[in-house]
Design a protein. Structure first.
Length: 310
């Protein structure tokens, strides 16, 4: 049974997930895009991206375990995250975006620790710092700072000085960036950030001409997104302090996705929410059917890429 392989945290499960990611990356880049193994820059980019994705899987797994987001020890969340990555294989060419998402996931982990009520100022500062570092890689990630003020509605809202902690983190990042720029005598890439904001806003309400494989992947992802939200909000047994933080990052992430068109910011929250649902399915045939359908999706999308190329 397929579910038996994911309802454990054995190393072999993690290795299989990583191999699936590597296979998806290789097929897309070297078969569909036709990139050559002799292109050193492309090889380095692929290795960096794959390493960042590996860290993302590892971090997501630890977030799940440390905060008991799922009730049983399973690998559903990392499996779903990997499936989402292969659904949108262009991510293998965007190491900055993958790196920014890794930092946002680390910020989500830090925000989850606020529930202990201990060291709230330090945790708020750490979360802000991680988000601002992500914004250096991808400007739109700065919107995740909204999570800090949303969190303050639940933790420490009565202490007004806490509301200024993100600005303190911004000052620290600005001083560090200025120091690096001066020491290395390099210009700060203001044009990159300005161009990113301007172009994304200009194309915000324009319908892009996407390929059939992308539209199929997007349609499947939207269905999973909607289903996860419906199940979560209409079934109180999925509610917990930790899941509320995940939902919070999901809604802010949706805003970032609408502005930047980078779907990866929704991968971790949806993977966790869908794992919450799948682990509680008591009908074995339903659970097996869902898992097989999810595993077939990446193969279908990659096949469509081959067909579109031909």
């Amino acid at each position: 049974m397929l579910s038996e392989h994911f309802e454990n945290t054995k190393t072999i499960t993690f290795v299989i997930v990583l191999l699936a990611l590597l296979m998806g990356s290789g097929l897309y880049q070297y078969q569909i895009l036709g990139l050559s193994f002799t292109e050193k820059y492309q090889i380095i980019t692929t290795v960096i991206t794959f390493f960042l994705l590996w860290l993302s899987l590892l971090l997501l797994h630890q977030i799940d375990r440390w905060n008991e987001l799922t009730e049983t020890k399973n690998s559903y969340s990392i499996a779903f995250f990997s499936i989402f990555v292969v659904l949108f294989p262009t991510l293998f060419l965007k190491n900055e975006i993958v790196g920014a998402n890794l930092l946002i996931m680390a910020a989500m982990w830090r925000a989850l620790t606020l529930k202990t009520g201990i060291g709230i100022p330090q945790k708020l500062f750490d979360t802000s710092l991680l988000i601002l570092c992500a914004a250096l890689l991808h400007p739109w990630a700065i919107i995740f700072l909204l999570n800090i003020w949303i969190s303050l509605l639940f933790y420490g809202a009565q202490k007004r000085r806490y509301w200024f902690i993100p600005f303190l983190a911004l000052l620290v990042i600005a001083l560090l960036a200025a120091s690096i720029v001066l020491l290395l005598d390099i210009p700060f890439p203001f044009d990159y950030y300005t161009l990113t904001f301007v172009e994304d806003v200009q194309y915000l309400f324009q319908l892009s001409d996407h390929s059939l494989p992308y539209l199929v992947a997007l349609g499947c992802f939207v269905v999973l997104f909607a289903f996860s939200l419906i199940v979560y909000y209409f079934r109180s047994k999925y509610h917990s302090i930790s899941s509320l933080v995940v939902i919070q990052f999901l809604w802010v992430g949706l805003l970032v996705v609408l502005l930047s068109k980078e779907m990866i910011y929704l991968f971790a929250p949806i993977a966790v929410l869908f794992a919450l649902y799948v682990e509680k399915i008591t009908l074995r045939w339903l659970k097996e059917t869902l898992l097989w359908l999810l595993l077939v999706l990446p193969a279908l999308v990659l096949s469509l890429h081959f067909i579109a190329k031909g």
